[in-house]
Design a binder for this molecule. Structure first.
Ligand code: ASP
Ligand code: MG
Length: 402
């Protein structure tokens, strides 16, 4: 008998009809003789709606109370899904994160899973029950409810699959898998059969909307093979694993990330230790910096430009403006930018990848502001208004229509 973990995102359980559809997928898997543990997110836009509700009352609520509120979305969906399965006549039980043994640290709002105490899960499975677990939540050492950060249900599912040594971990969503670009925006985008953890991690971090990046980190660490597929069409999806057949496709995808701001510090003293001081200041506030560019010094000063996630803009600018080291520098920021990336582990052995990307952008007259590369990705920063056009042009260069 196999153990299968199935995760269903918010859109897959958005209304009664979709909850029944998901109940059918689960019970079919169970009828085939498998044990099934299900992780589910809050229905549709519930989490966003709860955040709005909170803001109406207090624009600055404590993170603890925010977690108390947001965790309720998943409590609704697990109960409804369990009721749907009861109606189909199968043994089922729903569990909140803490009941399922999820122990986290106490970083409310973006808690990390420390351990899953699997006793209860094993017990319920032993009694042949289908177990429905609330994603995105756990409990910390103060016995408080915590949440794992937006999109955290993916991590809940992968963590259960790892802790329970599941035979399969299926992530059901509203698209058929991982695509070479956003299929809603790029006509020629195709579904990938397979992708490596490292490539998926880059895609998830750089703006692909499937799978949350922390879940991919957990999958890689514990070698949990993932299958990303649609709950609506049930077509075969994309397998995420350690090694794939690279020959077929050396670039896996083109992404757009608009959650990015460019910050420039003009006229920084050109002396040793400056970059260290600036970036450790930002790091001390947990602000991560992405692309960094430093100009050649002149007249004893230089300029440093870098990008941060948009939601960190104000905090980063405040911090730098109040830093006495930079009292003679000018800080400016541009929120009107987007990061376009190509990802593929094969690019290491394919010289000219960067040139192909830059040529495609030149071909549609798009200016590149910044560039950064790693072994498996190339990112450029461009004007936000041109982002969709850039993705299409770059995608067409790497995936010509045949
Ligand atoms: N409901 C949470 C969110 O919307 C968790 C999730 O969907 O994975 O972020
Ligand atoms: Mg959600």
């Amino acid at each position: 008998m196999s153990l299968i973990v199935q995760k269903f995102g918010g859109s897959s359980v958005a209304n009664a009809e979709r909850v029944m559809n998901v109940a059918n997928i689960i019970t079919e898997t169970y009828k085939q003789g498998n044990n099934v543990i299900v992780v589910v997110s809050a229905q549709g836009d519930t989490t966003d709606d709860l955040i709005e509700k909170a803001k109406e009352i207090n624009p600055n609520p404590s993170r603890r109370e925010m977690d108390m509120l947001l965790s309720s979305g998943e409590q609704i969906s697990i109960a409804l899904l369990a009721m749907a399965i009861e109606k189909l006549g199968f043994p089922v039980i729903s569990l909140l994160g803490w009941q399922a043994g999820f122990q986290t640290n106490s970083t409310y709002g973006s808690a990390r899973i420390k351990k899953i105490n699997t006793d209860r899960l094993k017990n319920e499975i032993g009694n042949n029950k289908i177990v429905i677990v609330a994603g995105f939540q756990g409990i910390c050492k103060y016995d408080d409810i915590t949440t794992l950060g937006r999109g955290g249900s993916d991590s809940s599912a992968v963590a259960i699959a790892a802790a329970m040594h599941a035979d399969r971990c299926q992530i059901f969503t509203d698209v058929e898998g991982v695509y070479t670009a956003d299929p809603r925006k790029v006509q020629n985008a195709t579904k990938l059969d397979e992708i490596t953890y490292d490539e998926m991690l880059e895609l998830a971090t750089l703006g692909a909307q499937v799978l949350n990046n922390r879940s991919v980190e957990i999958a890689k660490k514990y070698n949990v093979e993932l299958e990303v597929l649609s709950s609506l069409t049930r077509a075969p999806g994309t397998i995420v694993k350690e090694v794939t057949d690279m020959e077929k496709m050396y670039i896996r995808g083109v992404t757009k990330d608009t959650n990015v701001t460019r910050i420039s510090i003009i006229a920084v003293p050109d002396v040793p230790g400056i970059a260290y001081k600036i970036f450790s200041k930002l790091a001390s506030k947990n602000i991560s910096v992405d692309i960094i560019l430093q100009s050649i010094g002149r007249d004893g000063t230089k300029d440093i430009t870098f990008t941060v996630a948009s939601d960190h803009t104000d905090e980063a600018v405040d911090l730098l403006k109040n830093y006495d080291l930079l009292k003679n520098s000018t800080i400016s920021c541009d929120t009107d930018v987007a990061k376009i990336s190509v990802v593929g582990a094969g690019m290491e052995s394919h010289p000219g990848t960067a040139a192909t990307m830059f040529e495609a952008l030149y071909g549609v007259d798009i200016n590149i502001q910044m560039i950064s590369t790693s072994e498996i990705k190339i990112s450029v920063l461009i004007n936000r208004a041109e982002a969709d056009r850039a993705v299409s042009a770059v995608h067409a260069a790497f995936f010509p229509e045949n």
